[in-house]
Write a protein that binds this ligand. Structure first.
Ligand code: C2E
Ligand code: MG
Ligand code: MG
Ligand code: MG
Length: 282
C-alpha cells in the first residue's frame, strides 16, 4: 500500500515537473520562431517628474505577442532566453529598436532618456560595447540619452570584470542604472566602486506605502543614501498619489508606475501627453 501511495506521489510530482518542463521547452522552441517572425514589440513606460508632470524618460520593456498564446510576459521568456543564449540576439534587437525610438524623439525635439534592460549574459558579452557603439553611430542617437539598467547580482559575480565593462560602456557616453535596487545583496561599500549613475528603488518597497512603516523606512533610506553617493534615484511601481507624495517628501521626484502610465506602444504616446497635460492643468 505504501508503495502504491509512493508511486502516486511520484506520479503527481512528475506530472507537475513535466508540465513545467514542457512549457519551458515550448517557450524555447517558440522563441526561435518568434525572433525570425518578429513577434516582439517594445512598449515604453514613461518616467515622470512628479513636480511638473513632465515626462523625462522612458523604460523600454519588451512584449511578445504570440499568434496563438497571446501575450507572453517577459518574466516568463527572458529567463529562458537567457539560459539558452537566445537573449544575445533578442537583446541586440531591443537595443537597436530602443535606440531608433530615442533617435526619433531627439529628431522631433523631444529628446528624452531611454532606459534599456540588459540581461546578465548580454552584460558579460565582450561584443556588447562594440555593438552598442555601432548602433549609436548608425541611429545617431545622442548617447547621453541612453540609460542601461543592470541588477545588483550582475555586478556581484566578477567585480573587477564588471567594473571594467561599466567603464567601457561609460566611455560611449551612456549612463548606468541599478534596477530593482535593494532586492539584491550588493554591499554599500561595493556600490561606491561601480561607476553607476542611477538607483531604481524596487517596486516591492514602494507597493505597500503608506501601509508598511518598514518599507517606508527602507525607501527613505535608499533615497538618502543615493543622495549621499550623488546618484539619481527613480522609484518604480508607483501606483497611488499617496506614494507620489511620500516620495516627494523624501526627495525622490522621478517616478515610474501605473499612477502615471503603464508601459504603452509608441502609437499611444500622444494620448499619454494629453492625459498628463490634463492632470497638470487640473
Ligand atoms: P523591470 O526592469 O524591473 O521592469 C519593471 C516592471 O514593472 C515591468 O514589468 C513593468 O511593466 C512593471 N510595472 C511598472 N509599473 C508598475 C506598477 O505601477 N505596478 C506594477 N504592478 N507593475 C509595474 P514587465 O514589463 O512585465 O517586465 C518584467 C521584467 O522583465 C523587467 O523588470 C525586466 O527585468 C525584464 N525585461 C523586460 N523587458 C526586457 C528587455 O527588453 N530585456 C531584458 N533583458 N529584460 C527585460
Ligand atoms: Mg528595468
Ligand atoms: Mg525594476
Ligand atoms: Mg524587476
Amino acid at each position: 500500500e505504501a508503495k502504491a501511495k509512493g508511486r502516486n506521489t511520484y506520479h503527481f510530482y512528475s506530472q507537475e515537473l513535466n508540465a513545467a518542463a514542457n512549457e519551458r521547452l515550448f517557450i524555447e522552441n517558440e522563441l526561435r520562431v518568434a525572433i525570425k517572425a518578429k513577434q516582439f514589440i517594445i512598449y515604453y513606460q514613461p518616467q515622470v517628474d512628479s513636480r511638473t508632470q513632465q515626462v523625462v524618460g522612458y523604460e523600454a520593456l519588451i512584449r511578445w505577442f504570440h499568434p496563438t498564446e497571446g501575450m507572453i510576459p517577459p518574466t516568463k521568456f527572458i529567463p529562458i532566453a537567457e539560459a539558452t543564449g537566445l537573449i544575445v540576439e533578442l537583446g541586440a534587437w531591443v537595443l537597436q529598436e530602443a535606440c531608433e525610438f530615442a533617435a526619433r524623439l531627439a529628431m522631433q525635439g523631444r529628446e528624452n532618456n531611454i532606459s534599456i534592460n540588459l540581461s546578465a549574459r548580454q552584460f558579460k558579452d565582450a561584443k556588447l560595447v562594440p555593438l552598442l557603439a555601432s548602433i549609436i553611430k548608425k541611429t545617431k542617437v545622442p548617447a547621453k540619452c541612453l540609460h542601461l539598467e543592470l541588477t545588483e547580482s550582475m555586478l556581484m559575480g566578477n567585480v573587477e570584470a564588471a567594473i571594467s565593462q561599466l567603464h567601457q560602456l561609460k566611455t560611449l557616453g551612456v549612463s548606468i542604472s541599478i534596477d530593482d535596487f535593494g532586492t539584491g545583496y550588493s554591499s554599500l561599500s561595493y556600490l561606491k566602486r561601480f561607476p553607476v549613475d542611477i538607483l531604481k528603488v524596487d517596486r516591492s518597497f514602494v507597493k505597500d506605502i503608506p501601509d508598511d512603516p518598514n518599507d517606508m523606512e527602507i525607501t527613505a533610506a535608499i533615497i538618502a543614501m543615493a543622495q549621499k553617493l550623488k546618484l539619481n534615484v527613480v522609484a518604480e511601481g508607483v501606483e497611488t498619489i499617496e506614494q507620489v507624495e511620500f516620495l516627494q517628501n523624501n526627495n525622490c521626484f522621478i517616478v515610474q508606475g501605473y499612477y502615471y502610465s503603464a508601459p504603452i506602444p509608441e502609437s499611444e504616446l500622444s494620448n499619454l501627453f494629453e492625459k498628463l497635460n490634463e492632470r497638470a492643468g487640473s
